[in-house]
Write a protein that binds this ligand. Structure first.
Ligand code: NAI
Length: 468
């Protein structure tokens, strides 16, 4: 096999595999190294995709049990078959990872199996399962090795009793009592899954609110919604110690205000306190610059401190750790390497939490605008006043649009709604085109749809919503 490439991409997650495909489309002779057995990275194998499969299935189960009868659908004897639910999840993951394999073949990308390490400016060494090392040369290298879960000092994740998201996606039965440390994306999505499947869930969060970084209106409303769903919260609480004792665990934590110490016994503990960049020692040895959090420093063109070595995705010091951000960077860096003008607009990256209702945001939130001294107007519209949401029993949540006071330019949007994750795309497009709230208000939206809530919120910026 020819061992010389125009581009070697290290890591086949959403950043890396998309970068490899775009580079191949642009005529670059491309290889992609991956150490997992299957392509797709954390997202496809143990992240976005399996969690969405379980979120979908658990929601159906919950609805069949709790909501169908009120719609006139009598369904006695609804039973959970968790191993079947897990098989369905595994099948979806396999189909999608195979799909990436197919795309590699279609685009004539060389799939290098093993662990890839940059050994010099233009060489990558791949170590396969048997320990055999092979050296490849590359005119350009893209590092897209993603991120790994972090833990807390003294807490050892064993993926049995004390688990990361990986373990929490594969319990063989719903735990009776689950403690979730961290009220962020992972904590809240997986709390929802297991709560719906019958687990008693308590989330312990260090801050006095959930979803740090999101609009405060959203995080306080969402907390109320999750509380109503029966998820318990211990806010303002610092976990001190987690111990696994046989098949159980005890979690000790103190209240940040009162210093009162509490202990909860449980069957499983999910540690969801964030992720850290996944970099090997050789990156530092080579002299590639990283920041304090060990994230690779890149410039606008995704170049690291070494020429011809680029980095994208969770491993870099730019933007949120989100799959779609990595994908866009993958496309941009491939285009830059091919001599085009690749670009990512970090001002317009949507973020979605796939609970029910979903939470979605794009652009800036109110707190950020206050800090930046930018004057704004707000338009809010509750789904209680949206006809489609009403007939679907999906009246929780609202749309909040923030527009610049002087120009009316949309600066940020937050949505809580059953369909928020899909609806936010309209706002991302609008913001990319520099839309004003009036532009959205004067755009015809189909009736009856949840999206009319967006139009009404845009009209509310000018204090003229029709249905509220
Ligand atoms: P996160 O950063 O979203 O949330 C971590 C939470 O843990 C924060 O609320 C933080 O205040 C809390 N925390 C930290 N230390 C603590 C302590 N000692 N005691 C109690 N609470 C503590 O991180 P998460 O949920 O682990 O997700 C990791 C990454 O994965 C995120 O960057 C997210 O972007 C990504 N992700 C995205 C998803 C999506 O797009 N839907 C789904 C899952 C993950």
């Amino acid at each position: 096999m020819d061992k010389n490439f125009d581009l070697v991409v290290i890591g086949a997650g959403p950043g890396g595999y998309v970068c490899a495909i775009r580079a191949a489309q642009l005529g670059l002779k491309t290889a992609c190294v991956e150490s997992r057995k299957t392509l797709g990275g954390t997202c496809l194998n143990v992240g976005c995709i399996p969690s969405k499969s379980l979120l979908n299935a658990s929601e159906m189960y919950h609805k069949a049990k709790k909501e169908f009868s009120s719609l006139g659908i009598e369904s006695d004897n609804i039973k959970l078959n968790l191993s079947k639910m897990m098989n369905n999840k595994n099948k979806s993951v396999l189909t999608l990872t195979k799909g990436v394999e197919f795309l590699f073949k279609k685009n004539k990308i060389t799939h290098l199996k093993g662990k890839g390490e940059v050994s010099s400016k233009n060489t990558v060494v791949v170590t396969d399962d048997s320990g055999k090392k092979t050296k490849y040369t590359a005119k350009n290298i893209v590092i897209s090795t993603g991120s790994v879960p972090t833990s807390l000092p003294g807490i050892k994740i064993d993926e049995k009793t004390i688990v990361s998201s990986t373990g929490a996606l594969s319990f063989d039965q719903p735990p009776k009592e689950l403690i979730v440390i961290g009220g962020g994306y992972i904590g809240l999505e997986l709390s929802s899954v297991w709560k719906r499947l019958g687990t008693n869930v308590t989330v312990i969060e260090f801050l006095d609110h959930i979803l740090p970084g999101m609009d405060k209106d959203i995080s306080s409303e969402f907390l109320k919604i999750l509380n109503k769903q029966g998820i318990n919260f211990k806010l303002n609480s610092k976990v001190i110690e987690v111990k696994a004792i046989k098949d159980k665990a005890v979690v000790d934590f103190t209240n940040n205000k009162t210093n009162k110490r509490e202990r909860i016994e449980c069957d499983k503990v999910l540690v969801a306190v964030g992720r850290k960049s996944n970099i090997e020692k050789n990156i530092l040895d080579l002299g590639i610059k990283v920041d304090k959090q060990k994230k690779i420093e890149v410039n606008k063109k995704f170049e690291t401190s070494i020429k011809n070595i680029y980095a994208i995705g969770d491993v870099i010091n730019k933007g949120p750790m989100l799959a779609h951000k990595a994908e866009d960077e993958g496309i941009a860096v491939a285009e830059i390497i091919a001599g085009q003008a690749g670009h990512v607009n970090y001002e317009v990256i949507p973020a979605v939490i796939y609970t029910n209702p979903e939470v979605a945001t794009v652009g800036k939130n109110e707190e950020q605008l206050k800090k930046e001294n930018i004057k704004y107007r707000i338009g809010k519209f509750p789904f209680l006043a949206n006809s489609r949401a009403k007939v679907n029993n999906e009246t929780e949540g609202f749309v909040k649009i923030i527009a610049e006071e002087k120009t009316d330019k949309v600066l940020g949007v937050s949505i809580i709604s059953a369909l928020a994750g899909t609806m936010i795309a309209e706002l991302a497009v609008a913001m990319e085109f520099g839309a004003s709230s009036e532009d959205i208000a004067r755009t015809c939206h189909a009736h009856p749809t949840h999206s009319e809530g967006v139009k009404e919120a845009a009209m509310a910026v000018d204090k003229r919503p029709i249905h509220f």
